[in-house]
Design a protein around this ligand. Structure first.
Ligand code: SF4
Ligand code: SF4
Length: 518
């Protein structure tokens, strides 16, 4: 009989989450105290923040004169009247294809930007990023920069701490309330709604919406911050499918940075190879996500580029070339890494990417126009432009005057006492401009036929005039009668033609006239 150890081979397998070292699926939040960054990307982010917040808060207050019969708010989602106003464009519910087209354009735009410059949306313009940036400005203003905030957080509760914390949260709540308030101004006349809101006479749904948006802005922007990006937002996962090896991402260039050392002189004196990274952690301190970009690409990185600014500042102080952390494509990174490792045969040595005087070699792969302009981005740009052109064409050529006709189904026709045949129709006249119009409706075809209109006091005729209010749909009950002697068959085709004499706009509808079979 064999020993068990001889009969059964013991496999070298380890559970990935064994009880001894089990990690929770959700890591509890560790507080992050991002340091204020300075540099070109930070400046650009300030500009983007001011522009996006300015657009969001100011837009509902912009006025646009559409005449006395339409609202004068430049951007308005008028749910009650089912209209969307955007400056000179007015969209009716049946023109929703315009909104769908804009969404398709937004989708292609996002594909284009992501494939070209990575998660620029996340790093610069996503509302979560913009509001967290704004909340951080308030936090720094109340509590100071990173070190002071860390100290305050660890300190026991005193009057000073209570005052600072209360001020910070009060300003956050005020910003959150302004954010929620601004949102509802897009759905009603802003000045009127503002007065109603503060006088307590607005509709309950307005207060509920403001309360919900205030709470979400406060919690997401102030309390959860990076947690929203890491755990709640699907975009970091989706974008992985859109990036390729030629997409720009924020990259730590370890081919020139490693081996890192805090003791440059000592290490150099010992004759060891030394990279540009002095392990100062400035890039980690400014990161709003609390990560270390030197660990490589990470899901949490929103590519805000603040670590580039921080590291460039360090390189400037040391008199070294900027770009130890930079926007870089994976393809360029691999090419440079191959140089530093002699095509992967040796350990990375930055001296292989430097020339005699210690500067980086000029023939290293770097970002250029070819990084942005490449087949994939051109395809996205083409698709985006095509949808845009189709939308512009559709917008310029859409009808502002429309007629729709519905034939009565029951009865399809009536034989009158004089033998003539009568058909009933529901005629809908759509006046899409903010001015009243006099519309002339005329019969074309159907020899000898005449119309009478319920509610319009005029003798039967082949045409009638009707007043249609601005921006409204007018529904009419129209009866068309034809003498029996002129009936040319059980089903005859004819046309309702409508015309606005002042603007010469016309529209028509092909209808059927039904009569008994002989
Ligand atoms: S690693 Fe750099 S780019 Fe990424 S989130 Fe942090 S600071 Fe921004
Ligand atoms: S800021 Fe630059 S030098 Fe400092 S640790 Fe980060 S990568 Fe290294």
């Amino acid at each position: 009989m064999l020993e068990i150890s001889q009969a059964i081979e013991r496999l070298d397998a380890q559970p990935v989450n064994s009880a001894r070292v089990r990690q929770p699926l959700y890591a509890p939040r560790r507080k992050i105290f991002p340091k204020r960054a300075e540099g070109r990307f930070r400046s650009f982010k300030w500009i983007v923040m001011l522009v996006t917040l300015g657009i969001y808060y100011v837009t509902p207050w912009l006025r646009w004169d559409r005449g006395p019969f339409a609202p004068d708010q430049a951007v308005l989602v008028d749910l009650a009247n089912r209209r969307f106003y955007f400056f000179f464009v007015e969209i009716w519910p049946q023109e929703f294809w315009l909104v769908a087209g804009l969404l398709v354009m937004a989708g292609f735009g996002l594909f284009l930007v992501t494939s070209a410059v990575g998660r620029a949306w996340c790093g610069y313009t996503c509302p979560q990023t913009v509001w967290v940036d704004l909340f951080l400005v308030v936090e720094r203003w109340c509590e100071g920069d990173r070190n002071q905030r860390i100290k305050l957080d660890a300190a026991p509760w005193t009057t000073r701490k209570l005052v600072l914390r209360t001020s910070k949260h009060a300003i956050w709540i005020a910003i959150a309330a302004a954010t929620g308030g601004a949102w509802i101004f897009y759905f009603a006349d802003a000045p009127t709604l503002f007065v109603e809101l503060i006088s307590g006479t607005a509709a309950p749904i307005a207060y509920i919406t403001v309360a919900v948006l205030t709470a979400t802005t406060y919690v997401f922007g102030g309390m959860m911050r990076e947690q929203v990006c890491t755990y709640m937002c699907p975009w970091p996962r989706i974008q992985a499918a859109m990036l390729d090896e030629h997409s720009l991402t924020v990259t730590y260039n370890d081919w020139r940075g490693e081996p890192r050392s805090r003791h440059v002189k000592k290490t150099a004196a010992a004759g060891a190879s030394i990279g540009d990274c002095v392990d100062c952690n400035a890039c980690v301190a400014v990161c709003p996500m609390g990560i270390d970009i030197r660990d490589g690409q990470q899901l949490e990185c929103i590519t805000c580029a603040l670590c580039i600014d921080a590291c460039d500042g360090v390189m400037d102080k040391l008199g070294r070339q900027r770009g130890l952390i930079s926007y870089m494509t994976l393809a360029d990174y691999n090419a440079n890494m191959a140089r530093a490792t002699a095509c992967g045969t040796l350990a990375p040595d930055p001296s292989r990417v430097r020339d005699q005087d210690g500067r980086l070699r000029s023939d290293l792969a770097h970002v250029g126009w070819h990084t942005i302009v490449r087949p994939r981005t051109l395809v996205y740009l083409g698709a985006w432009s095509l949808v845009g052109l189709l939308l512009v064409y559709g917008l310029l050529s859409r009808d502002r005057l429309e007629v729709n006709v519905l034939h009565d189904r029951n009865p399809q026709f009536v034989v009158l006492s004089d033998g003539s045949i009568r058909n009933g129709y529901t005629v809908k006249l759509l006046n899409k401009i903010p001015e009243p119009r006099t519309i002339i409706a005329t019969l074309q075809g159907l020899p000898g036929a005449e119309m009478t209109v319920v509610g319009i006091d005029q003798p039967a005729d082949r045409s009638f005039a009707v007043q249609v209010e601005p921006d409204r749909l007018k529904t009419l009950k129209v009866y068309v009668s034809q003498p029996a002697s002129r009936v040319a068959g059980p089903v005859q085709s004819f046309r309702f033609i409508i015309e606005d004499k002042s603007s010469f706009e016309t529209d028509s509808y092909d209808a059927k006239f039904e009569a008994p079979r002989p």
